[in-house]
Write a new protein. Structure first.
Length: 447
């Protein structure tokens, strides 16, 4: 394997503490019910729990959406003048919820991901380790006991993506906004531990039975990408505080178009069940998509979430037929005639017990959904990106299928390195408002 494609896989003993994968993502918005309905129908999720006015929570509303190992928590503050007595305060499952901070989040950033939930074994130990390493603690360890007293959930939160060395930022990127408030991150890593509790989220959330459950085949969060001003500073902090390591690294020479470029470092937990690529802009002839994000979001934060499916064709078929039409970014058909893409398709379709039919049939499905194809010695990656989910050109979703040659290794098929140029040219076209109308390739029989 060439040096630039090398990934680093470690054992649990190599980290500061064991990490057991992504637990949930919390979206902060101004209307949790509408936003959760949108996410449910776009990505095939099911309501499993809620806390809101109907459960006598008058401070905020929050809805839990799940499917397989995916858990989205969609939360919004009421900021209401309704008065409630002391007894009703006990109907707020999260005692640390700050409605002022939540309001500041969505007025500054728009709808976005405010907390990345990660499961750990010993919350108190994790807190003490991260605190001793200099982590910026936003919420101290908090224990919420179940009503029957037999189980509990503990969590604490540390700020990620933050960078308060403004002089260094200006030196690194002299064209950024001069308002220093825009530089601050409002995204937290939420470490969470469940003890004998099998509820959908926190004790106090009311379980619900969704009358119309959905399942588009999405399985789990594969990785979460953050956009920042100074990648090295943020990556150093995350590695020092959480014991993460560099899993892969891509330079501006590898991720560039004729107009812009960026650097990206993929960070991983001890066993790589949490993957967090971190992006920064690099000098170019035009403003990069990373800097466009930072301006629109008004600070660093989660740019996109990659969600894994075991059958991307079936998943996309259901998404495109859902009542909430999801718009995707797509590359022109000429992408599939590039020699390296033809070689990747041929490699995959020639494998033993190939489930994808002939190369012609496979390419027809790829073109129908405008999928990108990447590959390494461990397998193949199929990927597609949505357009931004909300009003601002910020947060979007990547849907992927990893087809591993052997064991189901984290990151097999890479992270789309072989598609960077095509993808970022497409993003630049979209941000310029020139994204073409998608062609219907459903009946395309070209080889």
């Amino acid at each position: 394997m060439s040096e630039d494609n090398r990934v680093c896989r470690m054992t649990a003993n190599d980290g500061l503490f064991p990490v057991h994968g992504f637990d949930h993502l919390e979206f902060t918005c101004c209307d949790a019910l509408t936003t959760s309905r949108y996410l449910k129908h776009c990505f095939g999720l099911t309501y499993t729990a809620e806390t809101c006015r109907t459960t006598h929570n008058y401070k905020y509303s929050s809805y839990v959406l799940q499917n397989n190992n995916i858990k989205f928590v969609v939360t919004a503050p009421y900021k209401s003048k309704i008065q409630f007595d002391e007894a009703e305060k006990h109907n707020q499952p999260n005692p640390t919820y700050d409605d002022e901070a939540a309001t500041n989040f969505f007025t500054t950033h728009g709808n976005g991901i405010s907390a990345v939930g990660v499961r750990v074994e010993n919350l108190q130990e994790v807190y003490e380790i991260v605190k001793s390493k200099g982590g910026n603690c936003i919420i101290e360890p908090t224990v919420i006991k179940s009503q029957d007293g037999n189980g509990s959930v503990s969590f604490c939160e540390f700020r990620i993506y933050d960078d308060d060395d403004f002089e260094a930022i200006f030196d690194h990127m002299p064209d950024v906004y001069e308002d220093i408030e825009f530089f601050r991150s409002n995204t937290n890593m939420r470490f969470i531990e469940y003890k004998n509790f099998d509820g959908p989220f926190l004790p106090g959330y009311s379980p619900v039975v969704d009358p119309k459950p959905l399942d588009y085949g999405l399985q789990r969060v594969d990785h979460i990408v953050g956009n920042v001003y100074r990648m090295e500073k943020v990556c150093t902090d995350i590695k020092n505080w959480f014991g993460f390591h560099t899993f892969a690294f891509f330079t501006k020479e590898e991720i560039k178009t004729r107009w812009s470029s960026l650097n990206s470092e993929v960070l991983a937990s001890d066993t790589a069940n949490v993957l967090m690529p971190i992006n920064e802009s690099a000098p170019g002839k035009k403003e990069s998509q990373i800097l466009k994000y930072l301006r629109a979001y008004q600070g660093p934060g989660v740019q996109h979430v990659a969600i894994k499916t075991n059958n991307i064709f079936e998943t996309l078929s259901q998404i495109t037929n859902s009542p909430f039409e999801m718009d995707f970014l797509f590359v022109p058909d000429g992408y599939y005639e590039q020699p390296e893409i033809v070689e990747r398709i041929d490699e995959l379709t020639s494998q033993h017990k190939n489930p994808y039919g002939s190369q012609q049939e496979f390419k027809k499905e790829l073109k129908k959904y405008h999928l990108l194809v990447d590959q390494d010695e461990n397998g193949t990656l199929l990927q597609i990106f949505t357009k931004p989910l909300f009003d601002r050109p910020t947060l979007f979703i990547e849907i992927i299928q990893r087809i591993c040659s052997g064991d189901d290794l984290p990151g097999c098929g890479r992270f789309g390195k072989g598609n960077f140029k095509s993808l970022f040219e497409t993003l630049e076209t979209y941000f310029e408002g020139k994204q073409p109308v998608k062609e219907d390739n459903s009946n395309n029989n070209d080889n």
